[in-house]
Design a protein around this ligand. Structure first.
Ligand code: FAD
Ligand code: FES
Ligand code: MG
Length: 246
């Protein structure tokens, strides 16, 4: 909590026999030594963490890891957050605002029930647009529609997109014709989180990089998205194949 910066993450182990999983730092209190993380219970470890009660303990936390977000006085910044990506985005939007930028935020989710921290993100932004796939809250549709409108209307200097890979990919596709620098935060599979195992490798701008030490943020226009999407599925596919053979 003392050292963490926007854009960094930690590796968390739920208990002594548990695996290590990466979670993004969503907030902190340096004096009290507190760190906030937000998680979506999608499998074993995240469900174990979600089942913790107030006052419960976890085995350990390693971090901060990864490179911090580049915070600067760019001018006009658009923060595009999808799903639980808002947790990672909040400290970035706050820091961008503090650095003197005009901050537009776009927050998207499948439906209104999945939206959280709207008020916090709104407080860090000059304007906040909400989209939902089913139209249950805000505008119906995906985040790239308001993103395109802002790009057409305002002089945008930087876009940051954090969320599901598809959402980040299409945010980068949307900004490309406008020539606006676009940063994405990649959620590749991580094991050690310190550059040793190579499981988090991503291809970007013709280079092979490790998301845990060279990222997790990269230039969205250089990322090989198709390869990233395949690699994310690697264990799922292997498990399915193993099950079929069995
Ligand atoms: P599993 O059933 O093991 O996996 C479900 C899916 O999660 C997999 O298909 C895969 O896509 C992903 N996953 C599994 N293991 C890993 C791993 N070791 N590394 C990366 N992805 C994995 N999730 C959040 O809810 N909140 C966050 O703030 C957050 N921040 C992240 C930051 C980074 C830098 C990265 C790389 C991932 C982040 N994730 C975050 C994703 C989170 O790590 C996975 O959802 C979690 O590991 C799933 O574990 P599980 O055992 O519950 O599910
Ligand atoms: Fe092992 Fe990045 S997680 S090298
Ligand atoms: Mg797991």
């Amino acid at each position: 909590a003392e050292k963490v910066q926007p854009g960094q993450f930690v590796m968390v182990r739920a208990h002594e026999r548990g695996e290590r999983i990466p979670l993004t730092a969503a907030g902190w209190d340096r004096e009290k030594g507190l760190l906030s993380m937000v998680l979506s219970a999608v499998g074993k470890t995240t469900s174990e963490l979600a089942a913790l009660k107030t006052g419960g303990t976890i085995a350990n936390v390693v971090g901060p890891l990864g490179r911090p977000t580049e915070i600067n006085s760019f001018g006009t910044v658009v923060c595009v957050a999808g799903g639980y990506g808002v947790a990672a985005m909040l400290p970035i939007a706050q820091a961008m605002k503090e650095a003197g930028n005009r901050v537009f935020s776009i927050l998207g989710a499948r439906n209104g029930k999945l939206l959280f921290w709207k008020d916090r993100l709104a407080a860090a932004s000059d304007d906040l647009i909400i989209t939902t796939d089913d139209g249950s809250e805000g505008r119906q549709g995906v985040v790239t529609q308001p993103l395109k409108e802002i790009l057409e209307r305002e002089g945008v200097d930087r876009v940051i997109a954090i969320g599901p890979p598809m959402m980040m990919k299409f945010s980068a596709v949307t900004t490309k014709p406008f020539g606006v620098s676009t940063v994405v935060s990649l959620n590749s599979i991580m094991v050690d989180g310190t550059g040793m195992c190579g499981s988090c490798r991503v291809e970007g701008g013709g280079d092979t990089m490790f998301a845990c030490v060279h990222g997790p943020e990269f230039d969205g226009h250089g990322v090989d998205w198709d390869l990233l999407l395949v690699r994310q599925q690697i264990y799922l596919d292997k498990e399915k194949q193993a099950l079929k053979q069995w």
